[in-house]
Design a binder for this molecule. Structure first.
Ligand code: ATP
Ligand code: MG
Length: 421
């Protein structure tokens, strides 16, 4: 019987992985330019962490976690998201009290959902978390960052920002009651999930995809009508900053986010080009979260970008550079040896150069075919005759011109032949 990949786990073939790398490089540059620092968080955490921080009545904890007992009988969970781990780490390592932090991480997340286009059981996120800043300025900075990322990646026109405020805990409680009493009048018309959530997590009903329930929601109370003074001030401050920077947004009362920990600002960036799995980034403010891991009240705000969906957007028009500048072809045993050794010299002597050595016994013609297929600009050919004479042939693949160059002067010759960049 063949052994196959686990359902929902993606294999990233070189071309796909290259797009991921391209995205990561761009995102990293943007984050560097804002002074954000990268951290690494474990892939495994104690199951309690997610139950407590993400919330028992969320999709993630209710049905999506990969949870198992390890050999000691401790319950561990493959991280379904990054924020809980970052908060745990920040508290445990003393990064939070009386400090400001701008942090980011990248890596795989795991959720047991139904696999489909743009939805996998292992997927990649880049996440950003900021601590110690309570005002709307940092919320705006995060939205500027995301907008910059879309611009740098070249699809800012095809995405829109859905923005909402769910206010403080107090106003959310008041809103929750109003929403429950409104929806309770239509119990019979609610879908099964929403009916269940009416008791456990009614705000999540706003997220429903069920069309009958969606119809009911059209006349439901709206959370922004229940914001207290402070929450309203925060939200107005954020909107004003977005306006001044001309970042377009749409106020969307049904954005509540799936996780329990948010307050005030919540947002999603949605692409027009991905169908129903269109959300490429989600985030918001979580001022109460640090207390939940035993720390002192610390404001926090963050977002996570789903790289798999970005990669789908870029698949067709992502210009990635070729793997190869110089292809070294050779014939015969001495030729092969020399070619491998010469390539080492080239990588040391020439800056940022990509050299591939042909390590096959193939005929010269098919080695040159490979050089072209790999996108090389130059080929170096070391036949048996050249090898014994201490020479190589350098061939410009575009023009077909070639010259004999002595072994010792190849690096200098190539430094001139390959202008930087
Ligand atoms: P959705 O509503 O699509 O399930 P979510 O609200 O569960 O998204 P978040 O927890 O906000 O997602 O994660 C942030 C981003 O990570 C999402 O916007 C999305 O781009 C990506 N993401 C989430 N779940 C998956 C998945 N199963 N496969 C691929 N990407 C995902
Ligand atoms: Mg989800």
């Amino acid at each position: 019987m063949k052994i196959q990949a686990v359902r929902g786990m993606q294999d990233l073939l070189p071309r796909k992985k290259k797009i991921f790398r391209f995205i990561e490089d761009k995102v990293r540059d943007v984050l560097d330019s804002y002074g954000y620092r990268e951290i690494g968080i474990p892939v495994l955490e104690s199951t309690d962490l997610f139950c407590r921080l993400v919330g028992e009545a969320t999709d993630i904890v209710e049905k999506e976690m990969y949870t198992f007992d390890d050999r000691n009988g401790d319950s561990l969970t493959l991280r379904p998201e990054g924020t809980a781990g970052v908060v745990r780490m920040g508290q445990e390592r003393g990064l939070l009290f009386n400090q400001t932090q701008r942090l980011w991480y990248a890596g795989p997340m795991f959720r047991h959902e139904r696999p489909q286009k743009g939805r996998y059981r292992q997927f990649e996120q880049i996440g950003v978390e900021c601590f110690g800043m309570a005002g709307p300025e940092i919320d705006a900075e995060l939205l500027f960052i995301t907008y910059r990322i879309w611009q740098v990646l070249g699809f800012a026109d095809g995405v829109k920002l859905e923005l909402n405020s769910i206010g403080s805990k107090a106003c959310r409680l008041e809103y929750r009651n109003k929403l429950v009493s409104y929806l309770s009048r239509y119990r019979d018309a609610l879908d099964q999930d929403s009916l269940r959530r009416l008791d456990s997590n009614p705000l999540r009903i706003l997220d429903t995809k069920d069309s009958a329930t969606r119809d009911l929601l059209k006349d439901a109370p709206v959370v922004t009508d229940f914001l207290d003074r402070e929450s309203r001030k925060h939200f107005d401050g954020l909107k004003s900053l977005l306006d001044q920077r001309q970042v377009p947004y749409n106020i969307n009362g049904s954005i509540v986010r799936g996780l329990d920990y948010y307050n005030n600002t919540v947002f999603e960036w949605v692409s027009n080009d991905l169908g129903s799995q269109g959300t490429i980034c989600g985030g918001g403010r979580y001022d109460g979260l640090v207390e939940q891991v035993g720390g002192r009240a610390t404001p926090g705000v963050g977002f996570a970008i789903g790289l798999d969906r970005l990669a789908m957007l870029l698949e067709d028009h992502c210009e990635t550079s070729s793997e190869c500048d110089i292809y070294v072809a050779s014939l015969g045993k001495i030729g092969k040896e020399k070619s491998l050794l010469l390539a080492e010299d080239l990588r040391v002597g020439l800056k940022n150069i990509k050299v591939i050595v042909d390590c096959t016994e193939a005929k010269l013609k098919s080695q040159m075919k490979k050089a072209n297929a790999d996108g090389a600009r130059l080929a170096i050919i070391i036949g048996e005759e050249e090898a014994t004479k201490g020479e190589v042939i350098v061939k410009h693949l575009e023009t077909g011109l070639q010259s004999q160059v002595s072994f010792n002067s190849v690096t200098d010759y190539l430094a001139k032949a390959l202008p930087e960049g």
